[in-house]
Structure formats: C-alpha cells, structure tokens
Design a protein around this ligand. Structure first.
Ligand code: CA
Ligand code: CA
Ligand code: CA
Length: 222
C-alpha cells in the first residue's frame, strides 16, 4: 500500500474516532444544576432558650434526564460562627482547647433531611453543655455528585437562656431546683450548666446554690 493510501486510512480513522467521541460526549452531558437547600430549622432570627441548636435542612439535587448521575447529593456541611466570628467546628475536636469547647454532630434523618446539633463542650466536666448566650450565624452547604455547589443564606439564631433555667421553660423557679436534683441523681438532661456554684463539680451543693439564688438572690455562676 502507498503512503498516500495509509494516510487516507489514518484520516478516515481519525474522523470515525472523533464522531464516536462526539456521540459519547452528547450522551453523557453532565448535570450542571446545583442542589436546592431548604432550611427547616431554626427559623431565621428565632430565639433558642436551650443552648442546643438543631440545624435541619432538606437538600435535594434535581433530576436531569440527560445525566444518570444527577439527583445524588454528595456532601452536606454547615458552618456556624458566633458574634465574634469564631467558627464552631466539630472536626477540630474538643481536646485542643482547655475551657469551653464547641462541638457539633451531623446525621441524616431520612427524606433528604440533614440535621446538625450544635452545642458547647465543657472539658472539665467532660460533657456537652449549652452554648453561651449570644447570636450564632449558620450556613448550610451542599455539593451534588458532579461537584455543583450550593449554599443557603446566612441565618442568625439567638441563644438566650435565663441562667439557672434547668428545665428550659424560660423562667427560673423551684421546678428548676427539682430539675437539677433529678439531673444529679438520675442523669436527666438540664438546659443550663449544672455546675451552678462554679466549683468544677456537679453535686448537691449546686442544688442548694440554685435554691438560694431563687429565694435569696444569691449570685450563681461566679
Ligand atoms: Ca445536580
Ligand atoms: Ca425553668
Ligand atoms: Ca458545683
């Protein structure tokens, strides 16, 4: 065969190759639509009285009929920061700071809903405790499996706990003394820091301190 014949075969082969690539590329047009993020809780500017913020969002990637990998949410994440701009980050883990450590956990609760529980962590008590009073901002991010990114608006939730409000009903009363006693003896949850007298231990003396605060106005959380 002549060089010219070989050259013709090469050209024809190249044209066939390019057509094949073009057909495959048109079949595999990639989804470019990002997921939608709908914040379910907390409502923007809502007031939280427990110090434990639940952030729940519904994240859905729309189906694109030209891409069979559309419809898959690949990653959901959230950022939470306080009024000073300090980011609360779970994956940083508790052990790098000495005092109140911020923490959060994320879990999927079905139906494309993702939920984060944001709290503080007290290293000396080695337990989760309510966030300090203040404003917290949060954004939920999501990617689909093609890498299309989406972000919610930055919302603000206000944490406002009446100090000593152990049962989280917004008031400080005898029922909170009972709630603290039940926490100490039965492990029932409380809505505020149980170490009322600030001595680093959670004990009956904290029940006494809270009762004296309610009836005599003695200071708590020195
Ligand atoms: Ca998509
Ligand atoms: Ca109360
Ligand atoms: Ca104490």
């Amino acid at each position: 065969m002549t060089d010219k014949g070989l050259g013709s075969i090469a050209v024809v082969g190249w044209v066939i190759f390019c057509c094949a690539v073009g057909v495959i590329a048109s079949v595999q047009a990639e989804d470019t639509t990002p997921p939608t993020i709908q914040i379910i809780e907390p409502a923007p500017l809502s007031v939280n009285t427990t110090g434990y913020i639940n952030i729940t969002a519904e994240v859905v990637d729309p189906i694109d009929s030209s891409d069979d990998r559309s419809g898959f949410v690949d990653m959901v994440n959230t950022s939470v920061w306080d009024a000073t701009g300090y980011f609360l980050d779970v994956w940083n883990e508790a052990f790098q700071r000495l005092e109140k450590l911020n923490n959060r956990t994320m879990y999927m609760i079905g139906d494309n809903k993702f939920s984060y529980r944001v709290s503080a962590f007290n290293h000396s008590l080695f337990q989760y405790v309510p966030l300090p009073n203040g404003n917290y901002s949060y954004v939920v991010y999501a990617n689909d499996i093609r890498g299309n990114k989406a972000a919610s608006d930055a919302n603000v939730v206000k944490v406002k706990i009446a100090r000593g409000d152990m049962n989280g009903d917004g008031e400080v009363a005898f029922s909170d003394v009972v709630a603290l006693a039940k926490h100490i003896y039965f492990g029932d949850p409380v809505s505020d820091e149980p170490d009322v007298n600030g001595d680093g231990e959670v004990a009956f003396s904290d029940v006494v301190a809270l009762a004296k605060h309610i009836y005599f106005g003695d200071p708590i959380y020195p």
